[in-house]
Design a protein around this ligand. Structure first.
Ligand code: HEM
Length: 407
């Protein structure tokens, strides 16, 4: 990659992050220069080092999800006590163990196969010379995945029904964004808008009704959860966290990675080469880090790298900084799909330890499928127009119009 292209990558990445978090993102980047672990008054103990973060995330008895000032509090208020991301200790481990089959490749592929129609259409359109908004397509794909998991898409979809399903999929993505953004706020019931409260009520009513039904498609998440022995409350919690995590993350990650690959002229290097596609997705996730931060509370006094933390203190793990930790990723601001990732920080953008992302296999399979399909579009793709999303929780392209470069 030339120096000019490299600078462009850094600028595009900055642009999408600044549009989402105009104050927090520059502050987080500045903290990266202040040390591996930094205490910030009013925020908590900020972790920038990949190895220290890995340690913290792995010690789930010392650094827990629940506690005053945690996001887990808002999750519990919104989704009940069984939403995984707000659980600790034995009950969390026991539930995760029961949910193991959900993380299988076969399950992920079954969901992906039922949801990929919008992406297939987009790739065909690109091949025929049309311009496609990949951000919108990705929202349709990830929204469809969510609808599929919820059992809301019939087994056979007629061409006339496709448009309505695409619209519903975009709505689901937007709903996920609204709910996720509101969950940043500490006191949900006081601060959340009536609109979001209504969204939440609809989602929870859906979970309640779906649990009571016997005619859901067997591949749907609710049918799978029932088969795995989950009760109504667990189903409500897991469905909610899948809804928010699943609908959002893939929809934002896919266009960001596609944009990097296209603009750095590295997309063609993965054509017909699955191993290269896998590396490209890994480097794309490292560079974009779709979930930029997570949080823990110290259950008792402990050491975090060089810093002593006290019981009850809040830890902010800045995933976006971990993935640019020069100790593990030399020249970290360079996007390079041939980079060998240090095994000690492998997949850190999906977390680590007992709370490691439950959607990992689905996310990897989906992103690998999409990057492979884009790489096989004949000719060379270019980004013709783009717009970043403002004020969103997860940095994203609102529009990313892509077309073949004229020969
Ligand atoms: C590129 C896409 C994704 C990224 C980068 C990502 C990232 C993460 C991260 C960082 C965590 C751990 C947070 C923590 O430790 O506090 C997490 C947890 C989780 N993710 Fe994902 N995720 C992605 C896609 C998905 C998808 C598609 C689903 C489901 C459909 C999903 C479901 C979950 C669930 C249920 C948890 C909570 C696990 C637990 O607490 O036990 N994720 N994800």
């Amino acid at each position: 990659m030339t120096r000019g292209l490299g600078r462009r990558m850094v600028w595009q990445d900055m642009r999408v992050n600044l549009a989402a978090h105009p104050f927090a993102w520059p502050a987080a980047r500045a903290l990266r220069n202040l040390g591996a672990v930094v205490r910030v008054p009013g925020v908590g103990v900020v972790v920038n080092s990949a190895l220290v973060a890995h340690d913290v995330l792995s010690q789930d008895r010392t650094f827990v999800k629940q506690g005053p000032g945690s996001i887990a509090e808002a999750f519990t208020e919104a989704f009940g006590p069984s939403a995984l991301a707000n659980m600790d200790g034995q009950s969390h481990r026991e539930l995760r163990q029961r949910l193991g089959p959900l993380a299988s490749v076969a399950q992920a592929d079954a969901w992906l196969n039922s949801a990929r129609a919008p992406f297939e259409r987009a790739v065909a359109a690109l091949a025929s010379g049309a311009t496609v908004d990949l951000a919108r397509t990705a929202r349709e794909l990830s929204g469809r995945l969510t609808l599929t998991m919820m059992g809301a898409i019939p087994d056979r979809v007629s061409p006339a029904e496709e448009e309505g399903i695409d619209r519903a999929a975009r709505d689901v993505h937007a709903l996920g964004e609204r709910i996720a953004s509101s969950l940043q706020l500490r006191n949900l019931s006081k601060s959340v808008s009536p609109l979001v409260q209504a969204d939440l009520s609809r989602l929870l009513a859906y979970a309640h009704d779906a649990f009571a039904r016997d005619d859901l498609p067997p591949t749907s998440l609710v049918a799978r959860l029932k088969a795995l022995g989950c009760d109504a409350e667990e189903t409500r919690g897991i469905l909610s966290i899948f809804f928010v995590a699943g609908a959002l993350t893939l929809g934002v990650a896919l266009p960001r990675i596609a944009s990097l690959l296209i603009e750095s002229a590295q997309l063609a290097r993965v054509r017909d080469d699955h191993a290269a596609v896998v590396r490209a997705v890994d480097e794309g996730l490292r560079y974009t880090c779709p979930v930029p931060a997570t949080m823990r509370i110290a259950a008792h006094d402990a050491e975090v790298g060089p810093v002593r933390v006290q019981k009850g203190e809040r830890l902010l793990i800045l995933t976006a900084n971990l993935s640019r930790d020069a100790e593990l990723f030399p020249n970290p601001d360079r996007f390079d799909i041939s980079r060998q990732h240090d095994p000690r920080a492998r997949y850190l953008w999906y977390g680590a330890g007992p709370h490691f992302c439950l959607g990992f296999t689905l996310a990897q399979r989906t992103l690998q499928y999409a990057v492979g399909a884009l790489a096989n579009v004949p000719g060379t793709l270019q980004v013709v127009r783009r717009r970043s999303a403002r004020g969103v929780l997860l940095p994203a392209w609102l529009e990313l119009h892509v077309a073949q470069r004229a020969p």
